[in-house]
Design a protein around this ligand. Sequence first.
Ligand SMILES: C[S@@+](CC[C@H](N)C(=O)[O-])C[C@H]1O[C@@H](n2cnc3c(N)ncnc32)[C@H](O)[C@@H]1O
Length: 268
Amino acid sequence: MNLSTDHIKRSIQAGWDEMAGNYQAETHISLDDVHYAPLCPGERELRILGDVSGKAVLEVACGAAQNSIALAKMGAHCVGLDISSRQLVVARKLVEQEGVDVGLLNADGETLHMFRDGAFDVVISCFGWEFIQDLETCFRECHRVLAKDGLLIVGTVHPMSAFEWDADGRFLMVNDYFRPPYEVWQELKGDSARQGLTFFRTVEEMFATLVSAGFHVEGIWEPYPYNIEEMTDEEKRAIPYGGPFWESQYERLSKVPFSIVYKARKSD
Ligand SMILES: C[S@@+](CC[C@H](N)C(=O)[O-])C[C@H]1O[C@@H](n2cnc3c(N)ncnc32)[C@H](O)[C@@H]1O
């Protein structure tokens, strides 16, 4: 595919404006816990972030800002930023509904020029980094806006989730782990102006990009899903990131990780 960086970004933005309604309707996202992965425990159980009370948090690619809202309830001062104005329409509604103070900004998360150096204690995104083409530039910007010893939480798609399953859903068909494919959004295919991409990166690439941007990686999580077969409907509704679509994927999610989370600290 021969598309310019700018074209890709505009396509991803247009794609998310188009998909916002469906995404919010099909995925149940908690407003009380930070989600990291489908059908998996969130922050209250995993304790990746730890105590956030009083901390200044930037959520990049916040979507409808559910993570910022949950963090605000835990005592953080949050700003959520997203490139899609439609996602932010939902975010504004939820922020008002929950009665929390979360700043929202319609902007590109690749360059954070609107924020001063050292403005935040934490930068977080779950399911946003895979839409950012120049991750090195983005991580350098995160490093700049973080205060000394600040935390960067990178929740993203696992490279294994780039691959298709066989027809019976028994085997993952990994043809080339070292060069994971780009995902061209199926639902938008045919309209080249709206052809969004998801970028999958190997664990080594992510780790190396974080280190070269000045971070020390303190931990990596491949969250394992709850056993939804033993859960009541009420318990399932309390899962931080779930809903019928993800429940229909349970078998696969319990065999191969869908998400990976890197906890990185500003080290210089
Ligand atoms: C899968 S959604 C995740 C939203 C939210 N983090 C969540 O977990 O529900 C991906 C989000 O990334 C946003 N996004 C994609 N590229 C972006 C960019 N360059 N800057 C800011 N947001 C971006 C999209 O608009 C979309 O809201």
